[in-house]
Design a protein around this ligand. Sequence first.
Ligand code: PLP
Length: 303
Amino acid sequence: MQFLFHKKQIICTDISDFFDTGKKIQVFVARLDQLHPIVSGNKIFKLWYYLQECNQHNKKALLTFGGAYSNHLVATAYACKTYGIAATGIVRGEEPGQLSPTLLACKEYGMNLIFMSRQAYKEIATQENTLGLLEEYNDPIIVPEGGYGKKGAMGASLITDLLAQKNATHICTAVGTATTLAGLSLSAHQNTKTIGIPVLKNLNDIPDRLFFLTGKTNHPNIKLFSNYHEGGYAKHTKKLIQFMNRFYTETHIPTDFVYTGKLMYAITDLIHKNYFKNGSKIICLQTGGLQGNMGLPADTLIF
Ligand SMILES: *Cc1c(COP(=O)(O)O)cnc(C)c1O
């Protein structure tokens, strides 16, 4: 089974000039968003060992979960199409009159969409063994929402390999389920700090999540900054949108308002507040998810 792209081709764009701090700080953006036109970002990494599991057990079906704008759902749909695996997506909420662009894309890639009430969804979406669903959909491999499982974290740790020669002092990522954060910390060099910016409000259970994902209770190299969620998951402020537009104008790098916009806003703020020492070499992950911007009114972003 071959990866969907050559993992070595990751581009790191130097954006140090954007910050104009007068300090010796280097900042790069690792363009995971450019790895593949559809399954870009961190999602293909998190899916990788689940896809391998389908392959090894000769299973031809996979089932997962997501909301109407889920980057994970569309990446899964496309990856399954590529590898000849039948994909079922359980979608949070009743079927709307008009499907979101994300769900239309999922359908186009052949994903079977099942709509479920928010209550029923909540009960099953984070379970790895959702028994009732197994037989009904060809005994699938079940991928928890957002790839939130040990295999997801193992897959995310592959991202570190791409960045190893860069010798970063800090690798920074937006945090949703914390699977990417866990994976990065698993494989990070001992001198590299992993910085996480939660994009949800009151995401207080990250230590529990990290334990579930890695089996470790102690994560001395992880640092979290929890005040950059801008109101909560998929919420945004005018300030955030203005920042994303300015960031694009000056660096030519697009961000999304759910994850990477908040990440870059946070890192910019931390740099201006002198969190990083002279000599820091910071890599921020552009984890993709740009299709999520289609949920915004058309004239919000300049890109
Ligand atoms: C899903 C996603 C994340 C969050 O990753 P987790 O592993 O769930 O923490 C970050 N950035 C983008 C663009 C995403 O789509």
